[in-house]
Design a protein around this ligand. Structure first.
Ligand code: OSB
Ligand code: MG
Length: 366
């Protein structure tokens, strides 16, 4: 498409409550949005990078730099997304920056063609499974309260953040209260291989998986740990692209992969990873980065792919934001499924007045 306007917009939305992992606690959602306009049609992308490097090494500032200096100059009217991704291939890494641009272009193209994004990607509509990710709590009673609160809605599975010192007994408490719940734990890399015997205690609780127990960059040691555990391991932070997924599969480092389209370079790379995993019999699901409604809408569209067999981290909007920047927000039906939003592109309407209200900084590049 011929782009008449290109805007980078930094928004900051307050969280209803802070979100804590083993690494960091986030009290607000600060995100970089990309707004593309062509002939009156607008496409949106949301970058999953935080202002800090506490989930991944990319930050909103590195994304701004890579976008302006290296990705934007390679955007030309008339090229297909496939051609663009090829032209970008010399840019090593920076999957979050690439995903932001790819996403905005896909939304724009789908809206120009008056069809939903999943349809543009060749995927029929379907309802999406739900899951919730509970941040680290101060105490086991507080955690039990948080789970009870989550279970007041019909989520298909619950993910609990764990860290050293807040693990075995915390999982045990939930499992005793909810024997049949589909439950998993995410350590965000807090353990080392020497903790294998300790982590083996988690095998007693019938967890669906343990996500990223070891370092954010590791694949090989996860393979060694998987040999020691009955519970399937899942990789999140370590998988940056299709090649990382190939390595993880070849080494048997995980039996599940958490695909965050915003981390691995976008929707197209995600579908490639999902196809690879499906062939190998490896489960995949869509993670989340507590995105605003824009990023969440991409994650929902992605999950129409049949490879996504496990419930993801798509929870109701109201858990994170009192006011979001899109309509409609994510709401669970009585059976826990999420209906795809019905509009064209990513299906939701971006409320520009809300975007303006939450804007910290806006830069027009064309
Ligand atoms: O490790 O999956 C993670 C959120 C921010 C940073 C890392 C992670 C998460 C989540 C997803 O757990 C939460 C969500 O999007 O609802
Ligand atoms: Mg994770």
């Amino acid at each position: 498409p011929v782009l008449d306007r290109i805007d980078l917009i930094t928004v900051r939305l307050p969280f209803v409550k802070p979100f804590a992992t083993s690494v960091h606690t986030w009290a607000v959602k600060e995100a970089l949005l990309l707004r593309l306009e062509s002939d009156g049609v607008v496409g949106w992308g949301e970058c999953v990078a935080d202002p800090d490097p506490f989930y991944a090494s990319e930050t909103t500032q590195t994304v701004r730099h890579i976008f302006k200096e290296f990705l934007l100059p390679l955007l030309t009217p008339g090229q297909t997304i496939g051609e663009l991704l090829k032209r970008w291939s010399p840019v090593r890494g920076h999957g979050m920056a690439k995903a932001m641009v790819e996403n905005a272009l896909l939304d724009l193209i789908a809206r120009q063609q008056n069809r939903p994004l999943h349809d543009l990607l060749g995927l029929p509509a379907r309802r999406i499974q739900s899951g919730i990710s509970l941040g680290i709590q101060d105490s086991i009673p507080a955690l039990l309260d948080a789970v009870a609160d989550a279970m007041s809605r019909p989520y298909h599975r619950v993910k609990l953040k764990i860290m050293q010192g807040k693990d075995i007994e915390w999982v045990r408490a939930i499992r005793e209260a909810y024997p049949k719940l589909m439950l998993m734990a995410d350590a965000n890399g807090d353990y080392r291989l020497e903790h294998a015997a300790h982590l083996r205690d988690l095998d007693a609780f019938n967890l669906t998986m343990i996500e990223q127990p070891l370092s954010y960059s590791d694949i090989v040691q996860h393979a060694a740990l998987q040999q020691e555990l009955a519970t399937p391991l899942c990789l999140d932070e370590s998988i940056h692209d299709l090649d990382d997924a190939r390595s993880a599969l070849a080494l048997k480092a995980a039996r599940v992969i958490n695909i965050k389209q915003g981390r691995v370079g976008g929707m197209i790379e995600s579908l490639r990873i999902a196809a690879l995993c499906q062939q190998a019999g490896i489960g995949v699901w869509s993670g989340g980065m507590d995105e605003t409604g824009i990023g969440r809408a991409f994650n929902l569209q992605l999950q129409t792919s049949p490879g996504f067999t496990l419930p993801g981290d798509t929870s109701e909007t109201s858990r994170y934001f009192k006011e979001d920047i899109v309509e409609p927000g994510v709401v669970l039906a009585d059976d826990g499924f999420i209906a795809l939003p019905a509009g064209t592109g990513i299906g939701v309407t971006v409320l520009e007045e809300r975007v303006a209200r939450f804007t910290l900084y806006r830069e027009s590049l064309r």
